[in-house]
Design a protein around this ligand. Sequence first.
Ligand SMILES: Cc1cc2nc3c(=O)[nH]c(=O)nc-3n(C[C@H](O)[C@H](O)[C@H](O)COP(=O)(O)OP(=O)(O)OC[C@H]3O[C@@H](n4cnc5c(N)ncnc54)[C@H](O)[C@@H]3O)c2cc1C
Length: 322
Amino acid sequence: MTILVYAESWDGKFKKSSFEAVDYAAKLAKQMGAETTALTISAKEDVSQLGKYGAQSVRTINNQALETFNNQSYADAIIAVANKINADTVIISNTSNGKAIAPLIAAKRKAALITNVIELPESVSPFTIVRKTFSSKAIARYQTLSDKKVISITANSFEYNEREQLATSEAFDYVPEDAVQKLTSISINKATGKIGLTEADLVVSAGRGLKGPENWTMVEELAEVLGAATACSKPVSDIGWRPHSEHVGQTGIAINPQLYIAIGISGAIQHLAGVNASKNIVVINTDPDAPFFKAADYGIVGDAFEVLPKLISAIKSYKAVI
Ligand SMILES: Cc1cc2nc3c(=O)[nH]c(=O)nc-3n(C[C@H](O)[C@H](O)[C@H](O)COP(=O)(O)OP(=O)(O)OC[C@H]3O[C@@H](n4cnc5c(N)ncnc54)[C@H](O)[C@@H]3O)c2cc1C
């Protein structure tokens, strides 16, 4: 029995979420008495490093037509490999690309699809597993009797371990079937943030309480001293103070970092929907009745323009002595 895990790469480089997915697949394989094969598409890095996260072997696909992401061709490529190696279970990271391909693979393979998974299965027979649901407000326990499964993993849900092993690699000759793609990506605007939001352990986020884009220097400075990614509320990106790639919430990116610092954000339900899975939430707001305080682990009732400079200075002093 073999489990196939798709190790997503971005500009040819692996993401942290790919290592999490490979590690998850390896641990699941152990539970199921299976082998772990990773698949890379257009990866430019040394694929043998996936062995460190538990892959025994790696199949690599390099084809000019797959240099940029295309959900249909990528799904077909993953299916081709899964069929070739007789992998019943396919593991994918629940990134935006992962969300676009997991349902296609499940539909075409007539497999059970379980998304947003946050733990290893409680039992492999019958296969019973826990996933997040209702914008992370609830946990659902799913059971499937299907041999074929597609499981997508929520980033930042698992700790992954490094092992002292490298994987063997083998090229997989795959040519997308459709000469004319049904969907073509014609331009890509890359987010400028240094740390990817979905993978960040620490996130500093700000809202309309910051009054204007010129005041984001202190948000960026706080993020810089903490080594955090920056995020914002929807109205802030709608009015162009910050790029849309930073918008978190129900209609934006859903994140689950170790620490989420919300500055001048009211805590509307649509905002909370994307951030309430954060392990620790710190809220800074002038209004003691701001709804966000109900979801906060720690709260500072205060003016961001006074609190942030003090916080930055305190963190710098602390870092200077450790
Ligand atoms: C269908 C739908 C989907 C939506 N999706 C999203 C989404 O994905 N993400 C999202 O964020 N929103 C979303 N919204 C919008 C959401 O309802 C709120 O309007 C929005 O989150 C409010 O943004 P805000 O907290 O930045 O601004 P405001 O609501 O204006 O809040 C500003 C906060 O800053 C505080 N403040 C003011 N001055 C200071 C200061 N000097 N220091 C500290 N605090 C200060 C105020 O007390 C207030 O709490 C959605 C709405 C709808 C209808």
